[in-house]
Design a protein around this ligand. Structure first.
Ligand SMILES: [Zn+2]
Length: 272
């Protein structure tokens, strides 16, 4: 099928606070070389405040959803970055042509030809995904630091304006010599304001909203950012507000909004 009619039925707008239960490290592409900078710094906005890039949050939620729906089997995994020579830089992820795929429908599918992995030796088969194209339903905004969440006590314990610097040691197993390494992180207790949009097309109903809520639940029992296996990046979603606006709202024909509020994810029942 080369063309499928798609109509926008409405939008779910989701807002929540992300509360850090442990320190968060989302690094920058290059390490900071500024004077007085730390080795392994966190990403910050133009005002020097740490934030959570929408791309980081979206990528993590996608990854969790791929595992949750068992979408990482042979024939379901592509190379999104592929370099035959420097194979250590290659990135494998799920992407497929199934128009009902919960992962590709929510998080997006790139058109054009993809390198699909078809055997355990990594053999690839080129496949054109153009016939499965649909708009991505999910938009993830950058999550902004809520400065009110930084208490005076937290400030007293910080090394930099909004962050603490932890020393992580790697021990030599023979001499026990330590090789300390700095890692900057946003401290536990800090909160970020996050927001999402889930576009509703055709007969989507609440399918993709429910997938997003599931992904947020999975994230609470996983981690965000780096060094998760060392305890970093445990988060909890709080004060979740969901608002639905239908297509007529945007045409100016009505001002109807359906609104739902929850203290935490556990209160949300699956929306039918
Ligand atoms: Zn898929």
């Amino acid at each position: 099928m080369l063309f499928k009619e798609i109509s926008l039925k409405g939008k779910y707008l989701i807002e929540a606070k992300i509360e850090l239960k442990t320190g968060l490290h989302i690094g920058t592409a290059g390490n900071s070389l500024e004077i007085g900078g730390v080795d392994n710094s966190v990403i910050k906005d133009a005002f020097g405040r740490p934030y959570i890039p929408g791309s980081s949050l979206k990528g993590k939620l996608r990854s969790l959803t791929e595992f949750h729906h068992d979408k990482l089997s042979l024939g379901n995994v592509i190379y999104s970055v592929y370099n035959e020579v420097k194979s250590e830089n290659n990135i494998r992820m799920h992407m497929c042509r199934d128009e009902n795929c919960p992962v590709c429908g929510l998080f997006g599918r790139n058109h054009g030809e993809h390198k699909v992995i078809i055997d355990n030796d990594g053999k690839i088969k080129p496949e054109d995904f153009s016939d499965g194209i649909q708009p991505t339903r999910l938009i993830v905004r950058d999550a902004i630091l809520d400065e009110d969440s930084i208490s005076d006590e937290m400030r007293d314990n910080m090394d930099l304006d909004y962050t603490e610097v932890k020393f992580e040691n790697n021990l030599d197993r023979i001499t026990s010599a330590a090789n300390p390494r700095q890692t900057e992180r946003v401290p536990a207790g800090a909160r970020f304001k996050c927001s999402f949009v889930v576009n509703v097309y055709n007969d989507d109903g609440n399918k993709y909203l429910n997938e997003l809520i599931t992904a947020l639940r999975l994230l609470e029992d996983d981690y965000l950012g780096g060094q998760g296996s060392r305890g970093y990046g445990q988060v909890k979603f709080k004060d979740i507000k969901i608002c639905y606006r239908d297509a007529d709202y945007y045409k100016g024909n009505n001002q109807d909004e359906r609104k739902y509020e929850y203290k935490e994810l556990g209160e949300i029942k699956k929306l039918g």
